[in-house]
Design a protein around this ligand. Structure first.
Ligand code: ZN
Length: 287
């Protein structure tokens, strides 16, 4: 439910992005009555999806889910249930923002810059780590299940959040008066505007987000203050981050600072970014 709501807090598509999204829908034959919407796409393919359905292909080299969710959300529920080959095929578009379909005598390239949201249970029976539960298959239940998601793919996931089961008592409690999507969206739009202006000063295309910063600019744009830098160096040593993870933490920290309206990336932003990357307790041992 949370994943499906995500488009409602994202900024509207820019005109250039809207054109890209429409072109993909048109190639796919799904541009409904020629009507355009500035809402970001949300796709949630079933875990039985084939490689062709996910990354594109078939006789007419149709775009796959990674392209149909371009500039929007690709939501994969029951993440470890997808075939390992399909999951591994996501790595290239996640890195490059595009998807190449090779045919016998030519190749087709579609844009594929999506936000990946994945949901998984800690084990196959879904109960590992719940108080008072022990899996029939023992600790292997969680270890085998989590091993279906490869380390390199997991390394590309920046925010990892443990979501405990909702109890009947939770449902009976009066709803908390939280923020509306519209309020959150204003905050996201403000942070994106800051990122857009910064990107433009660096000569990058309008709408470039922190996630899309080219590697050679990451360290100068996201450089934390002295205390933040020390915290990151310590954590990198202790948690043995890959070079990719190191850059990704810096980008997340820059975004947290942008959301807070802070000019400089501080210790608290770095700490929060590291906390998001650290695997939740129930998913330890996955990588
Ligand atoms: Zn289990």
């Amino acid at each position: 439910m949370l994943a499906a709501r995500l488009p409602s807090i994202l900024p509207a598509l820019l005109p250039r992005e809207l054109l890209e999204v429409s072109m993909i829908a048109s190639v796919n034959g799904t541009l409904a009555n020629g009507q355009l919407s500035d809402r970001r796409p949300f796709r949630s393919p079933h875990h039985s999806a084939s490689m062709a359905a996910m990354v594109g292909g078939g006789i007419r080299a149709r775009p796959g889910e990674v392209s149909l969710s371009h500039r929007g959300i690709l939501f994969l529920d029951e993440f470890p249930e997808f075939s390992p080959a399909v999951l591994d095929s996501l790595r290239q578009p996640i890195e490059s923002g595009e998807c190449v379909i090779a045919r016998a005598n030519h190749r087709v390239t579609y844009p594929a810059r999506f936000q990946l949201i994945a949901a998984m249970n800690p084990c196959r029976c879904g109960m590992s780590g719940e108080p008072g539960h022990s899996c029939a298959r023992g600790p292997r239940c969680a270890a085998d299940y989590q091993a279906r998601v490869s380390g390199p793919l997991l390394d590309r996931i920046d925010l990892r959040v443990d979501v405990p089961a909702v109890s009947a008592a939770d449902l009976l409690r009066p709803a908390a008066s939280g923020e509306t999507s519209a309020t959150v969206r204003q905050r996201v739009e403000a942070a994106r505007a800051v990122q857009g202006e910064r990107a433009e000063r660096l000569g990058l295309p309008p709408g470039t987000t922190n996630a899309q910063l080219p590697t050679h600019l990451v360290e100068s744009v996201t450089r934390p203050d002295a205390a933040g830098g020390r915290l990151l160096a310590e954590a990198a040593e202790r948690m043995r981050f890959s070079a990719r993870a190191f850059h990704r933490i810096l980008k997340v920290a820059r975004t947290l600072a942008d959301l807070a309206g802070a000019e400089t990336v501080g210790r608290s932003h770095v700490g929060e970014a590291i906390g998001f990357r650290a695997a939740p307790e129930r998913l330890q041992g996955a990588a």
